[in-house]
Design a protein around this ligand. Structure first.
Ligand SMILES: NC(=O)c1ccc[n+]([C@@H]2O[C@H](COP(=O)([O-])OP(=O)(O)OC[C@H]3O[C@@H](n4cnc5c(N)ncnc54)[C@H](O)[C@@H]3O)[C@@H](O)[C@H]2O)c1
Length: 259
């Protein structure tokens, strides 16, 4: 198959839904072998099946990014099936908003565990495989505008995404001697299933001003992103076009916070 990532084997966590599913489909359309790694194995299976129907190569694996053992298994199953790993997307993430003064340690730790520790584990396990393959490899992390500016209705989420940005920079510095690049992108507001629960939770908190409609009203380009708006940047970061870029976060937010 031809395409900008033809023949590359690419793992995408959180690929069963939203941004991850769109990225997985977009990479497959550009010729990649795509591994869909998600806690929700039925959702990952469905996306894998749609890729296969479109003529792409795909594999669904159940992964909990907070459980290193399952991440290692995903690496092993990918290598079994496709021979190697070329690119690894740490995209799985979640949110659970609380008013700032009510945030509990449990809430903070749960969000940090998935969004930040999960990214650390993903970078480490991908990099170990890249190093064992002797050179090259790309890691791409899903950050957020919430990692660039703190939102009071979901402060732990903002902190976790700031951690993703810091981990991207630290890993880029550590892994450059192995020829591995580490980058990320920071979406603004993307119309995905994540917002269904988030909007309901924010409304129940009396924080509708942090909800989808309110956040979207200030975007310079006049609309929220669709998951497909993320795909060209994801393909660019996975392709050789981005070989001289590392440690960077690309904002994809339609003109929102502008930092
Ligand atoms: N939607 C937005 O507006 C937006 C904006 C900025 C950043 N993001 C980030 O983009 C990424 C994808 O979000 P989305 O909007 O597509 O959400 P989504 O809820 O549609 O999809 C998230 C996927 O991650 C999976 N997942 C959750 N926890 C997991 C775990 N522990 N292990 C493995 N898989 C797990 C879920 O099963 C789901 O399939 C997240 O990191 C999110 O924080 C989203």
């Amino acid at each position: 198959m031809s395409g900008r990532v033809a023949g590359k084997t690419i793992v995408v966590t959180g690929a069963g839904s939203g941004i991850g599913a769109a990225i997985a489909r977009g990479l497959a359309a550009e010729g990649a072998n795509v591994v869909l790694a998600d806690l929700n194995d039925a959702a990952a299976d469905a996306v894998a099946a749609s890729i296969a129907e479109a003529g792409g190569a795909s594999l669904a694996v159940r992964v909990d990014v907070t459980d290193r053992r399952t991440v290692r298994e995903a690496v092993a199953r990918t290598v079994d099936r496709f021979g190697r790993v070329d690119v690894w997307f740490n995209n799985a993430g979640m949110n659970a908003p609380m008013p700032f003064l009510d945030i509990t340690e449990e809430n903070f730790e749960r969000i940090m565990r998935v969004n930040a520790v999960g990214v650390l584990v993903g970078i480490q396990e991908a990099a170990r495989q890249f190093i064992a393959q002797r050179g090259g490899g790309k890691v791409i992390n899903t950050a957020s505008i919430a990692g660039r500016t703190g939102f009071p209705s979901f402060a732990p989420y903002s902190a976790s995404k700031a951690a993703v940005i810091s981990l991207t920079q630290a890993a880029a510095r550590d892994l450059a001697p192995h020829g591995i690049t580490v980058n990320g992108f920071a979406p603004g507001v993307v119309a995905t299933p994540l917002w269904t629960q988030l909007d309901a939770d924010l409304a129940a908190m009396g924080a509708a001003d942090a909800g989808f409609d309110s956040m979207t009203s200030d975007i310079l380009l006049g609309r929220a992103a669709q998951p497909e708006d993320i795909v060209p940047t994801a393909v660019f970061l996975a392709a050789s076009d981005s070989d001289y870029i590392t440690g960077q976060i690309i904002p994809i937010e339609g003109g929102m916070i502008l930092v």
